[in-house]
Design a protein around this ligand. Structure first.
Ligand code: M6R
Length: 605
């Protein structure tokens, strides 16, 4: 996730701005840059790779005192990670510099309009349009120009803007992406989170969506984008730097689970237009001509792929093949030029998935990658990449990226359903509910404390059976994977109907069952399977739909999610299985962020 820093002070050196930027390194980035006003001119320096490279590129200027400066760590979304696409971006005059976190959805239209007016663009980014828009609106008042420019933006942004004629100010604005302001005695500092601010002050203001702030030395004025002045509460924080990186949470894993409402919004940003799904990256693919879809993925990404198979096969006439990459790459799969291959990988570097792509390509298949890392090897070897836009995931266990994968796959599935002529009222309902999911997620995440209480009662079991049917099956697999990988408890994920073909022999009072049992079309079947488990004295935790009293007949513990169309249960149930695994791991005193023997990206086979 991009990181922003901006500082106004009499005492700041460029080295201080770079040091503050370093505090945002933990968010992940592929390039960085700095802009400051010196001798009445804006100077900009950028570098791909580590901040240290940026620091080296300005080593003669590190002791230079600057009145105002902005800096940025970029996590690429539009355009490759390189020096030109790195922030800050400038306008045609070179007097305005801007840093941005977020995605501008209407940047193509704006860029076309600005180019027609004669503006010259240097980068492939969505951000650069903001610099030119501000230039277009500027007539001596930077604050006014930013106000006017942001009213033309659709999408999400947190921005910091400086102008060489106004070395006493930074103008900042936020919509959808966070921004915090710290007001120290001689320093006013702007940042994406509190980590760089703590060194200067612990009194901070969290901007709200729609706020535009005028930062000067030792003071800040905040307005709504409509122009009305507002007061925001100054909050005193007691976090140290390590707590600040985690947003005050104990671990990255829980912080990332709590980010899921935002992750769903980002995954949908720019992909919904005029009330329909419209994923710009795949506009040249005619899904009515495709004969079958082949998905390759590993681990959690494989579970997302399995969900997609169930969804698309149920709602269209397409065959969807799904296979773990490590098997696919050594088989003789029936993939050809009429088969579209979709590789799912949060890291974009998984060796087996990469080899599967190469094999599918040799067989004539077109490749779409769904990944979270721009410029990763998988994006370079695929024909098309659809980014998950979740921001970097630091916890090794995939949580928010799984949610992003499911969101992107649902959008993709809906687009395929429409293009193949199967769109009906049911899909309207799925689509409308999907748009509301960020709110629904927030309410589910509120149950974290209750999930911890349940985790306390179950943490000492040595075995767990996760069961589900239909859309509940991939959720059962993912629930078992999350639990085993971070708590080291043996957990199996099974289709509930398969239990009686062997695994039921394991069950007794020491082998609890986590049943994925929403009130969907397979609920009665699922209930019978739960009864079979209960008859073996297994304790039952049922994850079901709110107000399902019927489940009380068979379950010991009930966890609930709001009622949604059944195709969306894998998504809304994800935070519950993740939180359960998280709390069990923490209660057992394991570090959920760094599970033993595992790596975040598996680049060996
Ligand atoms: O980066 P990828 O999505 O390709 O990674 C695939 C798996 O290695 C990954 O999902 C793994 O299973 C995680 N540890 C799950 O939490």
């Amino acid at each position: 996730m991009c990181g922003i820093v901006g500082i106004i002070s009499d005492e700041t050196k460029t080295a201080d701005i770079i040091d503050s930027l370093k505090k945002l390194e933990y968010r992940g980035y592929d390039s960085s840059g700095i802009a400051f006003v010196k001798d009445g001119r804006i100077e900009v320096y950028k570098s791909v790779g580590k901040i240290e490279a940026l620091k080296n590129s300005i080593k003669n200027l590190l002791d230079e005192k600057v009145e105002v400066g902005i800096a940025h760590t970029r996590w690429a979304t539009h355009g490759q990670p390189n020096d030109i696409n790195a922030h800050p971006h400038t306008d045609c005059t070179g007097k305005i510099a801007i840093v941005h976190n977020g995605i501008i959805e209407n940047f193509r239209e704006l860029r076309g309009m600005l180019e027609a007016l004669g503006h010259k663009f240097k980068s492939d980014t969505d951000t650069e349009v903001i610099a030119h828009l501000i230039e277009e609106e500027y007539s001596g008042d930077l604050f006014e120009a930013v106000m006017k420019a942001i009213r033309k933006l659709d999408g999400a942004y947190a921005i910091g803007v400086i102008h060489s004629d106004h070395p006493d100010m930074i103008v900042a604005a936020r919509k959808g992406s966070p921004l915090v302001i710290g007001i120290g005695e001689d320093t006013t500092i702007l940042a994406s989170d509190v980590t760089p601010i703590i060194r200067y002050t612990k009194d901070v203001i969290f901007l709200e969506d729609g706020d535009v702030a005028l930062l000067k030395k030792g003071k800040v004025e905040i307005y709504r984008s409509s122009g009305e002045k507002v007061e925001r509460r100054v909050q005193h924080i007691n976090w140290d730097e390590s707590a600040a990186e985690k947003g005050g949470y104990d671990h990255f894993m829980i912080k990332e689970i709590m980010e899921e409402p935002m992750v769903i919004s980002s995954a949908m940003t720019g992909r919904v237009r005029s009330g329909r799904v419209d994923i710009p990256e795949i506009k040249e693919i005619d899904f009515s001509k495709i004969r079958r879809i082949n998905l390759v993925a590993c681990g959690t990404s494989y579970h997302a792929a399995l969900f997609f198979k169930y969804f698309v096969e149920f709602h269209t006439d397409l065959d969807v093949l799904v296979e773990v990459s490590s098997e696919f790459r050594y088989r003789k799969p029936h993939v050809d030029k009429d088969t579209l291959t979709i590789a799912i990988s949060q890291s974009g570097e998984t060796a087996d998935t990469l080899e599967s792509i190469r094999l599918a390509k040799r067989l004539g298949s077109r490749i779409i990658a769904i990944t979270n890392v721009v410029g990763s090897t998988i994006t370079r070897e695929s024909d098309i990449s659809i980014m998950m836009n979740s921001g970097p995931e630091i916890g090794v266990a995939a949580t928010k990226t799984y949610v992003a994968q499911l969101t992107v796959l649902l959008l993709l599935g809906l687009q395929i359903i429409e293009q193949r002529g199967f769109w009906a009222g049911r899909h309207e309902k799925i689509f409308d509910t999907l748009l509301r999911l960020p709110e629904v997620f927030s309410s589910i995440l509120d149950s974290s404390d209750r999930i911890r209480e349940i985790a306390e009662d179950f943490k000492d079991y040595n075995h767990f059976m996760y069961i589900g049917r239909g859309y509940g099956y991939p959720t059962a697999l993912e629930g078992a994977l999350k639990l085993k990988e971070i708590s080291y408890i043996h957990a199996e994920g099974y289709p509930a109907g398969e239990l009686k073909h062997g695994p039921i022999a394991l069950l007794d009072e020491n082998f609890p069952v986590f049943a994925i049992a929403p009130q969907d079309s397979l609920y009665q079947k699922m209930k019978s399977n739960i009864m079979e488990c209960r008859a073996r004295n297994a304790k039952i935790i049922a994850l079901t739909t709110s107000e399902n009293r019927d489940i009380l007949q068979v379950a010991d513990i009930i966890l609930e999610v709001p009622k949604v169309p059944e195709e969306l249960y894998p998504l809304v149930m994800s935070p519950v299985i993740q939180l359960f695994a998280y709390h069990v791991a923490v209660l057992k005193r394991h570090d959920p962020d760094k599970p033993r023997n595992l790596a975040k990206s598996v680049t060996v086979e």
